[in-house]
Write a protein that binds this ligand. Structure first.
Ligand code: SF4
Length: 425
């Protein structure tokens, strides 16, 4: 059954029957980013199996995350959740000395309506370690949105700066988890324009969370952080800079430009910088030009990647995406529309909450030269002669800023080069 429902823009909504990672997977990168944290996933064996398999060898390195595995007695309320979780948290405190414990709620805690927030308040007072509760369940969210729910919860714990005098200049804070050296690279790019980044959320240490004041500017680096963005607007009265995301040379330039324009700084040398980067990437863009690409959609990075590939003159057949927040992604939407207009091509179709079965029909029809998709579909498509790129890699690889553009295009061209190599041998 094909159920495409079109709305005002060129986007459609399908059935939501698609493969993606569970959002609890965000613990794998967030525990590494927030060095003094511990993540406790409160769920069932299903969640445990997922984490154990998805995070692969990482589980052998004594990671700072664990499962509080719910049993029959928890679900039928025979056990007291307060005393059970208190025991677990006391053990974590004793063994790992964290400065913060994140509780990650799952489908089960959501369905049995466990009141994690009030239990956390009591236990926090008891153990004297802050507890941040985030519901990163697979019922409401997909994959990278796990980070979004964690950041939204973390913002509530960030210190509030005292009211500034009217003459004080508002500060700029960036939000989104990136390895430290990449956040430093982006901060340096802005400092070349004279802009100082006052802090990042998350910081590398919970104890160094930035103090944000009403009126401060905030800007995101990932396309999947709409909930965190609205929390900053509503709860901290921050001003959100809506820009494309710093992915690829075009996105990075547009991101810096938008920040400069909003803060009233003049832009210097950015056009040339972007051109220099594109010049270095010619061998990759030559491989991509004119080829067709299809995104099945699972990590919310799809729109930014499709915009970059349109700049590389690829033809985008379809942009599948789990969820598109048109306000938060307005900068990205504008940029891809602008690029399409400049190239005289139609805006690609965006399919929100895609249906993988229907998408397979469309892939058969389009016969794209590259499909960016999850592992469930990758090998079956390869066996049918269609090149695929595993989409999860974009979440874990370094793809932000001018400096990582080559890394990003290398990832995208690799399957095409491999096929070419096989044909030639
Ligand atoms: S989808 Fe729900 S049950 Fe499955 S791993 Fe995620 S939180 Fe656990």
């Amino acid at each position: 059954m094909k159920t495409l429902v079109q709305n005002k823009t060129n986007s459609y909504c399908e059935t939501g029957n698609y493969h993606t990672f569970c959002p609890i997977s965000c613990v794998s990168w967030l525990y590494q980013k927030i060095e003094d944290s511990f993540f406790l996933v409160i769920g069932t064996k299903t969640c445990g199996y997922f984490l154990q398999n998805a995070l692969s060898v990482m589980i052998f390195s004594e990671p700072r995350y664990a499962m509080a595995q719910l049993e029959e007695g928890d679900i039928s309320a025979q056990y007291n959740e307060y005393s059970e979780l208190l025991k677990v948290c006391l053990k974590i405190k004793k063994d790992r000395l964290p400065k913060v414990i994140f509780w990650i709620g799952t489908c089960t805690t959501e369905i049995i309506k466990m009141d994690l927030e009030s239990t956390a308040k009591k236990i926090e007072a008891e153990i004297e370690v802050p507890i941040v509760v985030a519901n990163a369940n697979g019922l409401d969210y997909s994959f990278t949105q796990g980070e979004d729910t964690v950041l939204a919860a973390l913002i509530k714990k960030a210190p509030l700066r005292k009211n500034k005098s009217l003459n004080t200049t508002p500060q700029l804070f960036l939000f989104g988890s990136l390895p430290n050296f990449i956040s430093t690279q982006l901060s340096l790019e802005l400092s070349k324009q004279g802009i100082k980044v006052a802090g990042w959320l998350p910081s590398s240490k919970f104890t160094q969370l930035p103090s944000i004041a009403p009126g401060d500017f905030v800007c995101g680096v990932h396309p999947y952080l709409s909930r965190a963005a609205y929390t900053l607007i509503r709860q901290r009265e921050c001003r959100l800079i809506i820009a494309p995301f710093p992915i690829g040379p075009d996105g990075t330039r547009a991101w810096i430009e938008k920040i400069c324009v909003t803060l009233g700084y003049s832009i210097s040398g950015l056009k040339e910088r972007e051109k220099q980067i594109w010049n270095k990437l010619v061998s990759y863009t030559n491989k991509l030009e004119g080829k067709t690409v299809f995104f099945t959609g699972d990590n919310l990075l799809e729109l930014s990647l499709a915009r970059l590939l349109t700049s590389c003159k690829m033809k985008v057949c379809e942009i599948g995406i789990p969820y598109l927040d048109k306000r938060y992604q307005a900068g990205e939407l504008e940029l891809i529309e602008k690029i399409c207009k400049e190239q005289g091509i139609r805006m690609p179709k965006i399919v929100e909450k895609p249906d993988n079965y229907n998408q397979l029909d469309r892939i058969r029809e389009f016969q794209p030269e590259l499909v960016i998709t999850g592992m469930a579909l990758a090998n079956p498509l390869e066996a049918r002669g269609i090149n695929t790129k595993w989409s999860v890699e974009f979440t874990f690889a370094q793809i932000h800023g001018f400096g990582n553009s080559e890394n990003l295009l290398k990832l995208i061209t690799r399957p095409l080069s491999r096929t070419q190599h096989l044909v030639n041998t």
